[in-house]
Ligand binder design. Structure first.
Ligand SMILES: [Zn+2]
Length: 379
């Protein structure tokens, strides 16, 4: 989940919103001002309902952010790197880089967000009940308390990747000392729960509650997809554990001189070797990567005069890895790279190899690697 708009940084953590959240903001404002508030607080003016909605939605937005910051700050305390927080259609997502160091750490990170929501929900409701306030303020606080506790309940369902699912996974992980098995089980719960929501939503839609039914189907579909993605990632990580970039890369790849023309590149290099990407080298040092697609993007009439160097992906725009980097860390970066290839360079900046996502995929497709005879599988 990448952000469409960046809002800024809190405690060094980047905060952003996904476009889908703007749709939600509009929908919630509209349904609060036009339906929820007039129903729960009768006797006020339309302008008051609108004002209540315009206050409630940004505060709701802030509470979602605080929930995610709860996860993120706890993660920082566990020395996990945070890529950022994105608010989207289902609330917030804290994006963690790398994986959870231990079951205990995952539990503490997973429970930190719901604890924030619990405290906020109780604080809003208690203020609304205990402090005498004007009806409009009281109604707004009451809704904020109610929606936070409702979200808390949904979040704590033991369906991976909801927070409750993470709590379940960390408990299974702690009991069985097997992260992979714990993920498989928790993801199974998440998938099953998502499928139940989809079926329930379809039944609702057929029996007349179309909008509610569509929401259930949508949330269910999200849960199924997210559970499967997480399970696949953990399986991949397990398959790659113990391997280094050097184990999967192509050493001594065919290179192309940046000063060569596109015509020469196509005739002498591409048509000869038929690889789709080549490191570009100038004076023996790698300066980027060129793909056949880059060459094909140049007008045919200019092939003789255009140089490869002017159509390459520069070093700063591509993924550059070291040979001894763990493959399980390089894999997610490789997947999110637009060219899906990385140059591998040694400590002196010399070209050591080329790593493509298909090289890693081949290892993953072989499934569980057989440990070499006599050597125990890496833990
Ligand atoms: Zn959460």
């Amino acid at each position: 989940m990448t952000s469409t708009f960046r809002l800024g940084r809190v405690a060094g953590i980047e905060i952003g919103i996904h476009w889908s959240w703007l749709v939600v903001v509009a929908l919630i404002t509209w349904s609060l001002a036009g339906g929820v508030f007039p129903e729960t607080n009768p006797g006020l003016s339309d302008a008051t309902y609108l004002a209540m909605a315009l206050v409630a939605v940004p505060v709701f937005f802030a509470t979602l952010l605080l929930h995610e910051l709860g996860h993120a700050l706890q993660a920082q305390r566990e020395h996990m790197q945070i890529d950022g927080i994105t608010l989207w259609v289902f609330g917030g997502v804290a994006r963690f880089a790398g994986h959870f160091p231990s079951a205990g750490a995952e539990f503490r990170i997973a429970i930190a967000g719901p604890l924030v929501t619990l405290v906020l929900g109780i604080a809003f409701l208690a203020t609304s009940v205990l402090v005498p306030l004007p009806a409009a303020v009281d109604g707004t606080l009451h809704w904020l308390g109610y929606i936070n506790l409702l979200l808390l309940a949904f979040n704590l369902l033991p369906a991976f990747p909801l927070d409750g699912g993470r709590v379940l996974r960390s408990a299974l992980w702690a009991r069985r000392h097997d992260e992979r098995e714990a993920t498989r089980l928790a993801a199974g719960f998440g998938r099953g729960f998502g499928q139940m929501l989809i079926i329930g939503g379809l039944l609702l839609a057929i029996t007349g509650a179309v909008i509610g039914g569509i929401w259930f189907v949508f949330i269910g579909w999200f849960l199924v997809a997210a559970a499967e993605a997480e399970a696949a990632e953990v399986t991949a990580r397990a398959a790659l554990a113990g391997l280094r970039v050097a184990d999967a890369m192509i050493p001594h790849p065919v290179t192309v001189d940046g000063e060569r023309s596109i015509q020469a590149f196509v005739d002498d290099v591409f048509l000869h070797h038929r690889h789709t990407a080549y490191p570009v080298v100038d004076d023996g040092r790698p300066t980027g990567l060129v793909t056949f697609r880059d060459a094909a993007g140049v007008a045919r009439s200019a092939w003789a005069t255009e140089h490869v160097a002017d159509h390459r992906h520069r070093l700063r725009d591509i993924l550059v890895l070291a040979p001894d980097q763990p493959l399980e860390d390089a894999w997610p970066a490789l997947l999110s790279d637009p060219v899906r290839r990385a140059l591998v360079t040694d400590a002196e900046g010399r070209l050591a190899g080329l790593l493509s996502s298909t090289d890693v995929m081949r290892i993953l497709e072989l499934g569980d690697r057989q440990p070499e005879a006599g050597v125990p599988a890496p833990k």
